[in-house]
Design a binder for this molecule. Structure first.
Ligand code: SF4
Length: 331
């Protein structure tokens, strides 16, 4: 593989294939409920990310059991990640968050609990409590942080309600507790160009975020983004350019970072634009083919960390590092 895959990483970490089970809980988002704004990010639809999840009225344990019964039988799976997916899953009173975390943690086959959230829904106090759950039940905890782009001008246009600073703050805090972090990034936002793509890659690498999830922007009907699109005020890059951007992103990305998702699935109904009407796996194939054609790999251009200018005096070290990278991806 020319990039590090999540499935392989999890197999090595837990000794076998691990399946992520999405869970919905009755939670909102400070950017939707009026605390920061009403309406939220201009691309955010009614259903949030978990368009295929079970309803949030079903208790966490029941949702897990139902999904485990199905997936366990279908794939002979034994180990799972409880994945709190929809909206901002740490935007809760702290006792409620601990209660949900414990409901998942006490299921024996759950090896990890993952919370998807926003950077401004992370605090030291909350992380301390999650650490207690992690230690009490001997389960790993990971945090998925929506960032989308490091371009804070674009973040403002998206009405994210936070900028790059909150993201950096959240990453630094989470790292103190040893939880792995996954950054969500959209590489075809209308106001971003290739320079932003490179900077996205460099920032997550510089922050030593452990995982990234890439997905292309889709435009849902009824959103402010859709209004801009219908009025011709924004346009979407071609699939060819998107593939080029993903390859560029991977070239600049630290070879240590795991790619949890290289192309995202999205709800086709109720959208005016979704993945260029192409299935996610065809997009994935095109990205991988492009990497083959260019004979390139994750980290091929990751030469900017740890005092690049000083390589002038240590050329030998630099050459050794590049050789190491090439060999790593040939394995
Ligand atoms: S942070 Fe997520 S849930 Fe909240 S408004 Fe933005 S996209 Fe929607």
């Amino acid at each position: 593989m020319r990039y590090r895959t999540y499935s392989e990483y999890m197999k090595q970490k837990y000794g076998e294939k691990v399946y992520k089970i999405p869970i919905s809980i009755p939670v909102s988002c400070p950017n939707r409920d009026g605390f920061l704004s009403v309406g939220g990010c201009i691309f955010c639809g009614e259903k949030g990310a978990g368009f295929e999840n079970l309803p949030d009225v079903i208790p966490v344990r029941k949702q897990m059991e139902k999904n485990i019964a199905y997936i366990g039988k279908k794939y002979k799976a034994q180990k799972y990640v409880a994945y709190f997916q929809n909206y901002s899953n740490t935007y809760l009173p702290i006792e409620k968050l601990v209660q949900f975390a414990e409901e998942a943690a006490c299921i024996e086959s759950v090896v990890e609990i993952s919370f998807s959230t926003r950077p401004d829904c992370i605090s030291t106090e909350y992380l301390e409590r999650l650490k207690e759950v992690s230690e009490k039940y001997n389960k790993q905890i990971s945090i998925e942080l929506g960032m989308q782009t490091v371009n804070y001008h674009t973040l403002n246009k998206l009405n994210r309600g936070h900028t790059l600073a909150e993201y950096i703050d959240a990453v630094i805090r989470i790292k103190k507790f040893g939880f792995e972090i996954c950054g969500h990034i959209i590489l075809n936002l209308p106001w971003d160009d290739q320079e932003d793509v490179i900077e996205n890659s460099k920032i997550v690498s510089a922050l030593s975020v452990e995982h990234v999830k890439l997905h292309a922007l889709y435009i849902e009907k009824g959103t402010k983004m859709c209004e801009l699109y219908d009025r011709g005020e924004i346009s979407i890059i071609s699939l060819e350019e998107y593939v080029d951007r993903v390859v560029l992103f991977l070239q600049y990305l630290s070879p240590d970072i795991i790619i949890q998702r290289i192309a995202g699935r999205a709800p086709e109904e109720d959208t005016v634009f979704c993945n260029w009407n192409t299935s996610w796996w065809k997009i994935k194939d095109r990205i991988e083919k492009k990497m083959e054609d260019l004979d390139t790999y994750q980290g091929a251009k990751c030469d900017y960390l740890n005092g690049k200018a000083l390589t002038k005096f240590t050329t030998e070290n630099c050459t050794t590092q590049i050789l190491h990278l090439k060999n790593y991806h040939k394995r």
